[in-house]
Design a protein around this ligand. Structure first.
Ligand code: ATP
Length: 234
């Protein structure tokens, strides 16, 4: 077994800071956090904790580059480009990383209407070049594992309950086995059975070497599995 110190860092967040300008209010600037630094080892489950509103989700969104950062660096040891600063990389590199290496699982569902759940789940695999039939079969496997009834697979996920939408988001995030997976409150609206399935999925993924960063208020459940916890001070 490898000692912690022998496992390389895959992500090195250095002096990260984010500001939002509230254009629709009075133009004021808010700074949820500044000078945030942490390092994440490959294949670890890394938990970001802290008070509500401290900026935990914002950090995940900066790493996925949904948000541009205002300060600092997000050094990522990518398979395709080597060491790259996600904070300043060009859009093409970011698209490529999102397709091949980075996954994000949001608490909320954002999908096109009328696309069936099975297709929505298979989409990340199809984008990676997996043949459609194979991708749909794999999608069925994940939806089944997460307890989404087969009768719902051809419906639009817009009609799903909150917990079903969350499980579909998780299926979509795990299906393509990215190198780094960012999970925003992965167990928030789940019952006990679904929660334990998700915790098993997280455990299996890290065992395969996938690095997971998660934000969760379910400290007891996640911390038991987490290799490291970063406390974001408000
Ligand atoms: N797009 C945005 N525009 C303006 N302000 C934002 C935006 N996104 C986040 N914020 C603000 O940044 C702060 C941090 O939000 P964030 O969602 O990252 O917190 P959090 O720590 O994840 O909170 P919670 O635990 O409640 O989910 C909040 O004050 C929020 O209002």
């Amino acid at each position: 077994m490898m000692h912690n110190t022998e496992i390389p860092y895959i992500l090195d967040v250095e002096n990260l800071g984010k500001q939002f300008q509230l254009h629709l209010v009075d133009g004021r600037v808010i700074t949820p956090f500044a000078n945030v630094s942490f390092k994440v080892r490959q294949g670890h489950l890394f938990m970001i904790s802290g008070k509500s509103g401290a900026g935990k989700t914002t950090i995940l969104k900066c790493i996925y580059r949904t948000y541009l950062t205002n300060q600092g660096h997000i050094w990522y040891d990518s398979r395709e480009f080597g060491r790259i600063d996600i904070a300043s990389a060009d859009e093409n590199s970011i698209s490529r990383l999102r397709e091949q290496e980075l996954g994000f699982c949001s608490q909320f569902l954002k999908v096109l209407p009328r696309v069936p759940a099975l297709e929505v789940t298979a989409e990340p695999l199809i984008k990676c070049g997996v043949p459609r039939d194979e991708a749909l079969e794999e999608a069925a496997r994940w939806l089944g594992r997460l307890g989404i009834e087969e009768s719902r697979w051809l419906a639009s996920p817009i009609t799903f309950s909150g917990g079903e939408q969350q499980r579909l988001n998780l299926a979509r995030a795990f299906i393509a086995a990215p190198r780094i997976l960012l999970l925003d409150e992965p167990t928030a609206s789940l019952d006990a059975v679904s929660k334990s399935i998700v915790l098993d999925m997280i455990r299996e993924a890290t065992e395969k070497g996938i690095t997971i960063l998660t934000v969760s208020h379910d400290i007891a459940a996640i911390q038991e599995l987490a290799d490291d916890t970063f406390w974001l001070e408000a």
